[in-house]
Design a binder for this molecule. Sequence first.
Ligand code: C2E
Ligand code: MG
Ligand code: MG
Ligand code: MG
Length: 292
Amino acid sequence: QIRHGLGNRLHFFTAGMDTRARRWIEVESELRHALARGELQLYYQPIVCVRDGRVRTVEALLRWNSPALGWVSPAEFIPVAEESELIVAIGDWALETACRQVRHWQDTGLPAVRVAVNVSAHQLAGGRLPERVREVLERTGIDPGQLELELTESAMMSDSEHGARQVEAISRMGVSVALDDFGTGYSSLAYLSRFALTKLKIDRSFVDGLSRDPKSSIIVDATLGLARGLGLRVVAEGVETEEQRALLAAAGCDALQGYLFSPPVAPAALGALIDRFAPAERYAKPRVVAIG
Ligand code: C2E
Ligand code: MG
Ligand code: MG
Ligand code: MG
């Protein structure tokens, strides 16, 4: 039996312990120090406008290269971060880092982009999110229109009155709010009117089913109808094939995101990506390059 200390808690690894439970504890124990040790990074994935093919928004996505565990996928460590509430500190860091990055791109002559930052239910429940957003906007000096927050339905579920007030306050600052992974949560349509949303992101499970499962395209069409009626823009995520791109564009999606266009990339690679999607726009403007 191995005794393993985690902060002020003790965990016992026994021979019979499920390997999944062991892995969870290992991930949690490493994640506790990941932020302080500078192991977390943000990558950025372009969201492409259907109308003109330009990239106006990029989504910030966490990447973790742990010296002990190697690359760990967000699909694995985000749930651990949520359960341990490490997500509050990590989410705070992500918000600040993404806004600083946008400021840096702008200072080095890239066309202005908006960054979409994922926000967890815990950050919304904490009640300090509007204040944090205001502080970060002030510190980085970016325009509120250059920031978007992505919330999931689960974030809206827990204490939705309180959550709705936070979102309202954030949206009044001029920051846009998107509902992420639409269709995978409880999908109570009440959230769509109760929350001050600007955008819906159709989950990639529906995009994935488009060519095979007629039900997926019915859901996509219905979502677009609903969004249009409510004045919301629609982004489809997980677009991997030309066929999906054509179907989603014809159905009326405003913007598309997925490996077909680009995977999430390191910040230094974004300039080249923007060039690829809108060369004219970048070079039409005087280019200011930071010196020193
Ligand atoms: P999400 O917010 O729905 O982000 C989209 C996910 O789909 C990303 O996975 C992205 O890399 C992946 N993706 C994009 N295009 C394609 C495609 O064409 N095909 C496929 N199969 N996948 C595609 P990733 O980066 O692994 O992140 C997973 C989830 O982790 C995110 O889902 C989000 O819920 C969460 N996450 C990531 N960063 C943060 C963060 O800073 N804060 C919080 N709270 N959650 C985060
Ligand atoms: Mg997202
Ligand atoms: Mg999503
Ligand atoms: Mg998703």
